[in-house]
Design a protein around this ligand. Structure first.
Ligand code: 6GU
Length: 254
């Protein structure tokens, strides 16, 4: 997968490209990330990339021409790529969107800065607009890095262990179960006995139930429209019964 990133701050991307899974994925040619400076497409002597907003107001707006030129340049190099503008006005990134993007034949990521981007860019020059959450960043660069990271790890080969991406949180639709490593006892807290038992069936069941319990408590919204097994339902009924018993004891006892 090739990522072309149009940005006014290409140097920001060295943090993502210089370490960890993404660095290794680039070294092993699973992905290629090319930050492209939008300023390089500004035609005037001062390489102007922003201007005052029509209608007044504070802040600056990114001029459409350099961005448009940059997108054309990237499209010529990657004719089949999907062009995405990173903006708080975009649709929210989640694992499903990341999977969708991982299926593209290349991505051109356009990062906005200043108070915003001229609307004609979002309207006519990009295929999609994506936001990484309901908060405001000073620019699209961190969001683009989040997209690259989330998509890169879905490209076969990047994670080393092929199963990791399928089994992790949000691919099973549930939060991840707790993980432990040595020592068996740490600051007085022991690793759950079942994980030391070697009983793979029991371990699988414990993990599934831990995932379910966590998801119910922390992110019940994730369970809506989620395929649940009869075993899952039975476990949840048992939890429900336990909760009822506890509530019952409290209301009769006090
Ligand atoms: Cl994509 N850009 C900016 N500036 N802020 C954001 C965002 C994007 N996603 C969440 N907040």
């Amino acid at each position: 997968m090739q990522f072309a990133v149009l940005t006014l701050f290409p140097e920001m991307f060295s943090a993502l490209l210089g370490a960890g899974v993404v660095k290794r994925a680039i070294e092993n040619r699973y992905i290629l990330v090319e930050p492209i400076n939008i300023r390089g497409f500004a035609k005037d002597r001062h390489h102007t990339v922003d201007d005052r907003p029509y209608g007044g107001g504070c802040g600056m707006v990114m001029k459409p021409e350099p961005v448009a030129e940059g997108i054309r340049y990237a499209r010529k190099k990657h004719p089949e790529a999907y062009t995405v503008l990173l903006t708080p006005q975009g649709r929210l990134l989640n694992q499903k969107v990341a999977q969708e993007l991982a299926g593209c034949k290349g991505l051109i990521l356009v990062c906005g800065r200043y108070e915003g981007m001229d609307e004609r860019v979002s309207e006519h020059l990009v295929d999609d607009e994506i936001s990484i959450g309901d908060y405001v960043l000073t620019g699209g660069e961190l969001a683009a890095m989040v997209v690259i990271d989330a998509v890169a790890r879905l490209i076969p080969g990047t994670l080393g262990c092929e199963h990791s991406a399928q089994e992790d949180s949000f691919s099973t639709g549930l939060l991840e179960y707790p993980q432990y490593t040595r020592p068996r006892s740490f600051e007085g807290v022991n690793v759950p006995e079942v994980l030391l038992s070697g009983d793979h069936g029991a371990i699988r069941q414990w993990r599934r139930q831990a995932s379910l319990g966590r998801t119910i408590l922390r992110r019940p919204d994730l369970l809506m429209g989620q395929p649940l097994t009869t075993g899952d339902i039975e476990y949840m009924k048992k939890l429900q019964q336990d909760i009822k018993t506890i509530i019952g004891k409290h209301s009769t006892g006090s």
